[in-house]
Ligand binder design. Sequence first.
Ligand code: KE4
Length: 428
Amino acid sequence: MKYKHSIKAFEKAQKVIPGGVDSPVRAFKSVGGTPLFIKKGDGAYLVDIDGNHYVDFVQSWGPLIFGHSDKTIEKAVIKAVKKGLSFGAPTEIETKLATLICSLFEAIDKIRFVSSGTEAVMSAIRLARGFTGKDDIIKFEGCYHGHSDSLLVQAGSGAVTFGTPSSPGVPADLTKHTLLAKYNDIKSVKECFKNSKNIACIIIEPIAGNMGFVPADAKFLEELRVLCDKHGALLIFDEVMSGFRAHLYGAQSVYATKPDLVTFGKVIGGGMPVGAFGGRAEIMDKLSPDGPVYQAGTLSGNPVAMAAGYASLKKLLAHEDLYRDLEQKAKHLVEGLRLAAQEEGISLQVNAIGSMFGFFFNNKPVHNFADALTSDTQKFAAFHQGMLQEGFYFACSQFETGFISSAMSEAMIEDTIVAASKVFKAIK
Ligand code: KE4
């Protein structure tokens, strides 16, 4: 593969955009090499500005479950655009999409749309605080919920469970209400409830995708539910990534645990900027204008973005058996990668649920962030670069998740495995 044009484009971008990218992960910092500038997407493929084609396992970090330039979604967007881009006034398409999502999620009577996952989670937390009258929140090491201040925290020192800012620019005052627990470790959550009688909510990625792919243990989620009920806290499932990727009915159909609030993003926008948060009416009705908890957005419920999301979800609803096919392909891929790696004496820990998959360069199973951090990120970087050369575009970090789109054929999965065995041979 030649990257001449991407190299030049990156140099130009870095002069006027911090780091040359509009979101840090895109800079390829943890895998090395020049980020590829994309000319277009076409079904299962990305095409970069040097004309290289790649089977795309990132799909814009999750939204494009039907692959790029899906004709159904494209048609819906063009139809919406012809009626105008934005009105700042209610439109019926918002109600249609809201009705559809509420019909699929038992825990959701009402939902509000915003323009990103960050906004959805930030708003859901404010709502949980407003509804319970409490200030503290519990999040988990390794879970990412967007970049709002109170969620940019890292483990504090020693036994102290209160988080400290993980980024300059976030005052300690804004993270002192954030307690940190360990994923899949109920003892650490009980410790938080011991340290604070003022906990408004627990927020968790029920199927974590931001420490690499680490699904929660079913029992652990059940125990979170019991603790929330016991202490009068809300349980928030952050399904920005897993929503409509793990299953049509979300994590609550993969697990039996029912959350109080759910956040969404990515797939519900069909590739356009959409986030959302929803829950039972008793909670959601606390939101302005009927309730006192303020939340707003100029482009919230944007009709073009709504049309893209609605077309995407309607198509998923019409092909419910799609998830079985996507999961088969995901499992075929990761098992193929595991065996190909094993052939070369490389240990991979692999997992897949629905259209989501992940693999760790690790000889031990990964159940939480501390485990994930013991993975061989150098080996991951070499794998990523090698697969790019072979025409396969994986997430550019060991601590991300991969996705299967419906545009991918079994043959593409097979080709990926063949290419991977060549790369494993080269990097072992
Ligand atoms: P956005 O603000 O990026 O739309 O959503 C934030 C967010 C919230 N919750 C979960 C579970 C998420 O995965 C995300 C965003 N995911 C990352 C991928 N790891 C987006 C990619 C990026 O940051 O560029």
